[in-house]
Design a protein around this ligand. Sequence first.
Ligand code: ATP
Ligand code: MG
Length: 468
Amino acid sequence: MLKTISNALSKVFGGSNDHQEPSSSTEQPHVTSVNKQVIGEEEHRIARRYLDDNALKVAYRLQDAGFEGYLVGGCIRDLLLKKKPKDFDVATDAHPEEAAELFRRARLIGRRFKLVHVRFGRDLIEVATFRASHDSQNQTEEGEQGKQCDSGMILRDNVYGTIEDDALRRDFTVNALYYCPKDHCVYDFANGYSDLKQGILRMIGNPEERYKEDPVRMLRAARFAAKLDFKIDPQSERPIQSLAPMLKRIAPARLFDEVLKLLQSGHAVKSYQQLQRLGLFEPLFPQVQALLESSAIDDVPLERLIENALRNTDRRLSQRKSVTPAFLFAAILWYPTQLRMQQLMRDNKMPPLPALHEAANQVLGEQVRSTAIPRRFSTPIREIWEMQLRLPRRQGNRATRLMEQPRFRASYDLLLLRETSGENLDGLSQWWTDYQNADEHQREKMVQALGKSDKPRRSNRRKKSRKD
Ligand code: ATP
Ligand code: MG
């Protein structure tokens, strides 16, 4: 029987949603028009040495050619918050073709949203032309450059405008801050500076319309709230629960990229909590959410496994260790796959391995309708799952051979997570931990000790099935 979503949510977070609805009298009007403020260097205190040299080169080159050129978006937001920006973006009034001509290593990309990528070795600077909102254009022109479908979703976003137009079509006020390398001032058109100081994430314009234009903005709200530790403005938050299903219309490849930004940027646990709180996890992982809300959840520690996997990912990233989407997806989708496999064994009398293969096909086949999973990740996911069936079988020289498998490490990590999350595996992960730490002689003894304890258990099982 399905439990209610609010039940599931309070289960996930172990408490009530303490978000307080403000009274309407305290609500601020939507940011729909420009209120230009120039914030000087003595106020914003962005040290020039933290500005990316290549982004500055691009902005200067644009300005030298008679165009405008600003550093904009997340980089300015993050520098104001004393965080290291992930990337530096440049905004300009030059059209993409005009901008591309100014740089030797420039490439025009995108159709839905045309951009210029300027390469400096391994570094990439994204140059975007000022955009305007679609309703600021007349209908015939809009058909060429911009396109919206009946639900309001933007299908093409190449309607150009001024810096003021550009500020208002950005998503959150804190993402609409422009740094001018000429006067070193930050230009704020949407009260983003004040929101940033107060830790508020506020959608520019009418939030409902802006989410309908691009539902991915809802995921961005969850991500920035987690990453920046910001509170989502109540008016910006309110439409999200009911519009969440619109994410099902977004291309799975784009959602895969967004999932990685949410779960592989060092704040996965908080992002997951925000996704759950806002009802955004379901459109990304419908099978997992269905299981979280079903009675089968009493048999498997699904929530704990997900949270532990995400905590692990955050920890590895903070230690500058590598992470792979294959492990993350293998962990998140493990219990839906395991339960499907058990069902196939029970109902279709399939042996474990073919049942696992079939379950993997079904679960991954279903998942790629929400988020793509490129083949370079889906193959290792299957291998990590298959290893879960092989890791208990350690007799003879099997243990040594398993350790030589390329997926051993990730598979052992998943096994460890399963057991620490509450699955009873008879201490199997501890055995593997000890085995890896043991010398040759100790390993032999460990395997010998197994032989005795494992065989009777196997024959018992056989006897039992014969009786059945
Ligand atoms: P980060 O790079 O840390 O993930 P960011 O804010 O820089 O965060 P990007 O995806 O790099 O995010 O986008 C750069 C800027 O482009 C944003 O700050 C925002 O102003 C604008 N932007 C990006 N995506 C959208 C969107 N879907 N709708 C409106 N504006 C957007
Ligand atoms: Mg960015």
